[in-house]
Design a protein around this ligand. Structure first.
Ligand SMILES: Cc1cc2nc3c(=O)[nH]c(=O)nc-3n(C[C@H](O)[C@H](O)[C@H](O)COP(=O)(O)OP(=O)(O)OC[C@H]3O[C@@H](n4cnc5c(N)ncnc54)[C@H](O)[C@@H]3O)c2cc1C
Length: 653
């Protein structure tokens, strides 16, 4: 009988709901593309589009629905060099990134970022991303330098990350010369690797397509890993999407890649502590503390002032130290006190700027701490929350991944948060959404020009497929999700915002025990949305990432940037900067090496520190001015930042 499409569909829905089909082993479906891109946030989408526009056939794989990612839930603030002043040169921006990251990042990455910052934003504009405009039609910035930036160069958007994600979606749907398919609810599991004495090459990989209940074995000339970060390792102390299980780092390392600076996890300093539903969610940035915001410990003592001129790392370290020394609140936090900002005639202008520039953060404040907190009348109880992984896969500035010997792994690229080497020890606010597009586009282009597959070569495809198939239907005492929950607690405690050698060594030992437990986990045999299978896959990646972080952190003996050690003093100023790098030497054996980095010129470092010192001094002076004069200065500043103030917000100072 000749079946129409409709008959096909009816037969399929009857079969797929029947016990008969469910009892069959999971099928392995074969596919071939020029390029596979893993992750559909800013980095993955722009990589996929760049490869498609080069005429490639591209498969975009995403475990979350397409474009659902940190990119979409973000504040949508993007660094664009020169957006406020022409004085903002490429040299200034790249030097700003490097020095604030303590020079442990790669100079090439910072240069590439500065070079492409404007063209990447222009590309997003072409996809429909709309900034606010001033009267001359120029895109408006926030009107102030975000913490650690030397210039005001951050552009915000009316609907935050939603606007950014809608532009990504637009880019995907455009018809161009290449061909792009996407696959949602699909977990990329591992890469197919071919190893010879000279080099490693990647030739595709294995995907679990949960919605179709099949494994997809896909061959490709290149794979771009753009899977975001590792925030879920610290859940519930994180503001990131749950899909951030460090898959890119774990998958790349299993394929022989080197990772850099994995001890550098950015903890955003100001996140809600309570109720549990809001715990970990971002409520502020250093810049949103206003000119007069301070951090207080639980006794009310000011532990850091002039917040606006500080980096995220400095603020998070101050809170972590107070908590560690027993001066934290019951929830393990401190207070962000913005009440001085509403003392005089500048109160309403301050509220107006906050409402227009940080409206979505204030919604979280209102929901978690109440309306008087959202009006800045009482201090906010806050604590740091895992936000971003500054370490990542070692690459060149085009996303080409390196192996343990710093040789390119043919056909493997990384972009966005998956890539390491840009931010060093501190990421400047608003640089990540720009980074995603800059390095996504570079990696997509690079993937497109990779040489095609060597036919007839042997990869580990068979053993990869067997490994995952053999898990299905396994009886076991424990569950992947329980291992993850226990690991999350331990990681927050031992490799969270405050660390010491003794605790980290303990964690290192406990990770090995949990890894053994993983082999004994129960995994159901079901094909569709097999959660127990996904839990084990993700728990394995999380455990491996915890190993990368703890061993890198143990090897960096002194505090530096986001890596705050309570058992040693900060790294000596003037010491040669180095990056901590790791790779699997053999199964279960992680090797840690240090690579020296070139320090930025002394003059540039002194200049930046003086600039920051100058800002701190100005803010200190401002605090001590008579109220009337202070209000006049502040109202002027707020008006400039907001591009004018509504009349009802301005009262005589
Ligand atoms: C609350 C919040 C606010 C932020 N605000 C800003 C801001 O205003 N400005 C700024 O610059 N940065 C901001 N950031 C940081 C920024 O959003 C992220 O760092 C950036 O979006 C990362 O982009 P990405 O493409 O690398 O990863 P993501 O956008 O996180 O995308 C990762 C993708 O990978 C997929 N994935 C993961 N693993 C797999 C797998 N194994 N198989 C298949 N798919 C997989 C996910 O489903 C997802 O689609 C914010 C972050 C948060 C959490």
């Amino acid at each position: 009988m000749k079946m129409t499409k409709k008959h096909d569909w009816i037969l399929w829905s009857v079969l797929s709901n029947s016990n008969y089909l469910r009892a069959l082993p999971m099928q392995v479906v074969e596919k071939q593309y020029d390029v596979v891109v893993v992750g559909s946030g800013g980095a993955g989408t722009s990589a996929a589009v760049a490869a498609r526009d080069q005429g490639c056939s591209v498969l975009l794989v995403s475990k979350d629905p397409i474009n659902c990612s940190d990119s979409k839930i973000s504040e949508g603030i993007v660094t664009v060099r020169g957006s406020e002043t022409d004085k903002d040169t490429e040299t200034e921006l790249s030097s700003n990134i490097r020095i604030q990251g303590d020079d442990i990042g790669r100079a090439e990455h910072a240069r590439a970022f500065a070079e492409d910052s404007q063209s990447a934003y222009e590309w997003m504009r072409q996809q429909g991303l709309k900034p606010h405009f001033d009267e001359s039609g120029k895109a408006k910035t926030l009107g102030m330098a975000m913490g650690g930036h030397t210039q005001s160069r951050s552009i915000d958007h009316a609907n935050g990350g939603l606007d950014y994600a809608h532009a990504l979606r637009q880019a995907l749907t455009e018809k161009q010369n290449g061909h792009l398919d996407y696959m949602e609810d699909a977990w990329f599991l591992d890469l197919y690797v071919q190893e010879s004495e000279q080099r490693i090459s990647v030739q595709g990989g294995l995907i679990y397509h949960a919605a179709d209940g099949v494994l997809v074995s896909v061959k490709a000339q290149a794979v771009v890993l753009a899977c975001g970060g590792i925030g879920t390792l610290y859940f519930p102390h994180t503001d990131t999407m749950r899909g951030n299980t460090g898959d890119a780092y774990a998958i790349a390392a299993r394929a022989g890649a080197k990772l850099v600076d994995m001890e550098q996890i950015q903890f955003i300093p100001f996140a809600a502590v309570n109720p549990p539903s809001h715990q970990g969610l971002i409520v502020g940035e250093p810049v949103s503390a206003g000119a007069l915001g301070v951090i207080r410990d639980a006794t009310g003592k000011v532990i850091l002032s002039e917040i606006m001129a500080r980096t995220r790392a400095e603020c998070a370290a101050a809170i972590a130290q107070a908590v560690e020394e027993g001066r934290g609140t019951d929830h393990g936090g401190c207070y962000l006190d913005l009440t001085d900002n509403i003392q005089g005639a500048s109160a309403e202008p301050f509220r107006y700027v906050m409402k227009t520039k940080a409206g979505s953060l204030l919604k979280v404040v209102r929901a978690s701490m109440g309306s008087s907190a959202a009006r800045f009348e009482v201090p906010w109880e806050v604590k740091p929350s895992a936000h971003y992984c500054m370490g990542g896969i070692a690459t060149d500035e085009n996303g080409q991944v390196f192996d343990a010997n710093s040789q390119p792994i043919h056909g493997l690229l990384a972009a966005g948060q998956a890539l390491g080497g840009l931010h060093g020890s501190n990421r400047l606010g608003s640089t990540s959404l720009a980074e995603a597009i800059i390095f996504g586009r570079r990696a997509g282009y690079q993937a497109a020009v990779s040489a095609p597959l060597n036919s007839g070569s042997d990869t580990n495809e068979k053993s990869v497929i067997e490994y995952y198939l053999s898990m299905l239907g396994r009886d076991g005492e424990s569950y992947g999700i329980d291992i993850t929950r226990a690991l999350q607690k331990a990681c927050w405690k031992f490799i969270g915002p405050a660390r010491n050698e003794k605790d980290m060594s303990e964690l290192k030992d406990s990770i090995s025990q949990r890894e053994q437990q993983l082999d004994d986990c129960h995994v159901s045999s079901s094909k569709y949305f097999n959660q127990s299978f996904i839990d084990v896959v993700e728990a394995r990646n999380l455990l491996q990432c915890a190993t990368f972080i703890v061993q890198s952190a143990l090897s960096r003996k002194r505090s530096l940037g986001a890596h705050f050690r309570t058992d040693s003093r900060p790294d000596n100023l003037g010491k040669r900067p180095f990056s901590v790098q790791c790779f699997w030497e053999s199964e279960g054996q992680l090797k840690i090496v240090h690579e020296d980095r070139e320090a930025s010129p002394v003059g540039a470092r002194i200049k930046l520190r003086m600039q920051q010192g100058g800002k701190i001094l100005m803010l200190k002076l401002l605090r001590h001015l008579p109220l009337g004069l202070r209000d006049k200065i502040l109202i002027k500043k707020y008006a400039a930042a907001a591009g004018g103030l509504p009349k009802e917000n301005v009262h005589e100072a």
